[in-house]
Design a protein around this ligand. Sequence first.
Ligand code: MG
Length: 263
Amino acid sequence: MTKRFGVLLGLGLVLGAGVVIGLGYDDTPFYPGSKWRVHDGTRPQPPVVTPGPAVSVAPPSDAVVLFDGTNTDAWRAGDGKPCTFKVADGAMTVGGGDAWTKQSFGDCQLHVEWSSPNPPNGTDQGRGNSGVFLCGDYEIQVLDCYENKTYADGMAAAIYGQFPPLANVCRKPGEWNSYDILWTAPRFKGEAGNEVETPAYFTVLFNGVVVHNHTAPKGPMRFRALSQYQRHDVKGPIHIQDHGNPVRYRNIWVRELKGYDEG
Ligand code: MG
């Protein structure tokens, strides 16, 4: 594994128009038809946008509440045992492994609020790293990107390893960020094989700002590798990543999305 200008890693040096060195990888594959590699450290950094005041949107009447600040009953550990995240002060804190919803979801609207550790600890991908996964394996990155540089496709709200967010809307460590994620699951052709009929789609608002607008991921999350679809059910669990950083979550709810006239 060769880090681009590894000796400069963590220095966060910025050259010219927002090009960061010392970040990302220069030995990963190019996406087909793209001039950018997976986790390309030279890919442009999205503009910083300061969000308006935080608003915590309460779940509407038809939402499935996944976390209301009191317990982790809707979640399980990866081995099926009880969720290991600790609940305190109306939030649950990442620790002890990933958390998975007991229930599976297909096309949906997901609201999640998260807060990175304060004071911040670490740099680059080591600072406030977690992630929200749809259908078990499609990640919207969670990372403390407030004055913390990392490669563009690994920033907060990135479709990790594929698409940077259209803007960096990250609040300060310890403040509450919100994701509103519209997810359309991929559909696969026929009864077998991995050929997609229609890809997945993400539309994502980060603190009220659109950062993905009906964007089709190329497949599930992959690290340092090209993604490609592999057949799975339309429905799958939602999953929160334990990346070793005590990120807090609160007010998590989801609504199943149906088509017109489908009630
Ligand atoms: Mg992550």
